[in-house]
Design a protein around this ligand. Structure first.
Ligand SMILES: [Zn+2]
Length: 62
């Protein structure tokens, strides 16, 4: 459900290349994912029970 919402949602141009470091509260793993202001999905367990520990202002996909 949330996955579908995320896929359909367009981020503003200036946010598209940004990344965030996310810490998962469920599995305790850290990862870097694309910026989103609402939902941050854990890449390991798929949980949305995460928090942002750092936001990069520069692109991480260069
Ligand atoms: Zn997780």
């Amino acid at each position: 459900m949330i996955d579908a919402l995320l896929a359909a949602e367009e981020l503003p141009e200036e946010y598209r290349d940004r990344c965030q470091d996310i810490l998962c509260n469920d599995c305790g793993k850290k990862g870097t994912y694309r910026f989103h202001w609402l939902y941050h999905k854990c890449g390991f367990c798929g949980s949305y029970n995460t928090r942002v520990i750092k936001t990069d202002t520069t692109s991480c996909f260069t």
